[in-house]
Design a protein around this ligand. Structure first.
Ligand code: CTP
Length: 450
């Protein structure tokens, strides 16, 4: 029988008043319809670990869509739903706020704490028709709903309706595992059902400073090779989640130790010397003088930099093969192609003139240069990359295409050549003022016509 400990106090303390009031309102309406409702999964796990998060899904033992529609009828807002999955999203940002505020007894300031929407989910079971497939879904009890989940610590539910408010539903010993610090699967086919859970196991283990339980570890070793069959998109998503952790480095090392990375791709490894550059691009403030964009081709900049730091030390061929396996976005692939072919020539940089450096680096995306800078940190190469990124790349002549046109020059390829000669002269210190530039320009034009 499940334990019946009560965590109402913990819940009350963890949530801001508006969210708590909303939760209770939903619980009350569910109760009126004799529907058991729960908060489940990560929210409960984090609550019991005393590291509460504010985002919760609500699981309804019954028709979540009907419940959401009833709330919509009473309070407004808008419901979107997926009948196949029995899930509904109640968008409350667009609600007739006054009604909801009255029902929740909220004043203006508190009302701002309301979430944009609330997810209401019908308890369901999932069947995997074959390993690594997406599951087929069927309505079920909370117990079966919890049973389809990855680890015992994620199978905890707090019931919300009526006199059950705050009761812990713990069918698989999740609370004990939380207290012992163990990551444990519920059954021996868990990783066969979904091999990406192996990556999740490591992520949770390292996040919480837990241990993967012995039998679970054994099952991971047995299921490891199934990662070969998992799509690049799903694997990349899991790796993105790891990179977004507070401290991803121990998880990457652990994945390597467990040979999960090589199961994804034979060349995929974690090298200890990457720890420092990786930490710099993921955690430290990015050097402001570089003016890096916040995203690059749609990828958040830190994530993009992390993949660059990880894969740039490889040959172009291996790097692109890894990028292909993980289906990295287009910009990253292009960046890796350019960056990896630049690497063998980097050692020459300190011997080049500024204009020669600029000729080599213009056209290399700035995030690629930043990643290389961190990989070569504290070397002469890094110093050159830094000067290029923060000074030389911004140096341009006063003259532009427009100036040349007003001087009567026919537009054409000569424009580029002339402008580059002027820029190179500035970069190498042969020109230091607008007058000197003008003189050089006139000299260039004279030598053309003569
Ligand atoms: N889940 C699963 N197998 C997966 C992914 C998710 O069983 N491959 C289950 C987990 O039990 C989890 C729930 O689906 O409780 C929701 O997944 P997610 O949002 O990833 O979980 P959280 O535990 O909230 O993770 P995080 O703290 O990283 O947000």
């Amino acid at each position: 029988a499940p334990s019946r400990q009560n965590f109402a106090d913990r819940l009350e303390a963890a949530l801001p008043p508006a969210r708590l009031a909303l939760l209770k309102l939903v619980a009350q309406r569910a109760h009126q319809r004799r529907l058991p409702v729960y908060v489940v999964g990560g929210f409960v796990r984090d609550l019991l670990l005393n590291r509460p998060s504010q985002d919760f899904d609500i699981v309804v033992e019954g028709d979540a869509i009907a419940l959401a529609r009833a709330l919509e009828r009473e309070f407004g807002g808008r419901v979107t739903s997926h009948s196949r999955f029995g899930t509904a999203k109640w968008h409350i940002a667009e609600i007739r706020v006054s009604l909801l505020k009255n029902a929740l007894h909220l004043d203006e300031s508190n009302a701002n704490d309301l979430p944009e929407f609330l997810d209401l989910i019908s308890a369901r079971t999932e069947f995997y028709d074959y390993p690594t497939a997406l599951p087929t879904v069927e309505r079920s009890s909370i117990k079966l709903d919890l049973h389809r989940r990855d680890f015992t610590i994620n199978t905890l539910a707090l019931r919300l309706d009526g006199r059950h408010y705050g009761d812990l539903y713990d069918y698989w010993g999740g609370y004990a595992d939380l207290q012992r610090g163990l990551i444990r699967v519920l059954h021996s086919l868990s990783f066969v059902d979904d091999p990406t859970r192996m990556l999740r196991a490591v992520r949770f283990e390292q996040r919480f400073g837990f241990q993967i339980e012995e039998r679970t570890l054994q099952l991971m070793q047995e299921a490891r090779d199934l990662l070969r069959q998992v799509s690049g998109d799903r694997l990349r998503h899991e790796i993105d989640l790891i990179l977004a952790e507070e401290n991803p480095l121990p998880a990457l090392k652990r994945l390597d130790d467990l040979q999960l990375l090589t199961a994804i791709h034979p060349d995929l490894h974690w090298e200890p010397h990457l720890a420092e550059p990786m930490r710099k691009v993921l955690k430290d403030p990015l050097e402001p003088a570089w003016c890096l964009p916040e995203t690059w081709g749609g990828t958040p900049i830190r994530r993009a930099l992390a993949y660059l730091v990880w894969f740039l030390p490889f040959s172009t061929e291996k790097s692109l093969s890894l990028a292909q396996r993980l289906r990295l976005p287009h910009h990253l692939r292009e960046g890796l192609k350019i960056g990896t072919s630049l690497v063998p020539t980097l050692k020459d940089l300190p011997n080049l003139t500024p204009s020669q450096v600029v000729a080599r680096l213009d056209g290399v995306p700035l995030p690629v240069i930043y990643a290389l800078y961190q990989l070569y940190y504290d070397t002469e190469v890094a110093a050159v990359l830094h000067t290029y990124a923060t000074r030389w790349r911004h140096i341009h002549p006063v003259t532009d295409g427009h100036t040349l046109r007003t001087m009567g020059l026919t537009p054409g390829p000569s424009y580029r050549r002339i402008l580059w000669t002027l820029r190179a002269a500035w970069l190498d210190g042969q020109v230091q003022s607008a007058d000197q530039e003008r003189a050089l320009l006139e000299q260039l034009l004279a030598s053309r016509t003569s």
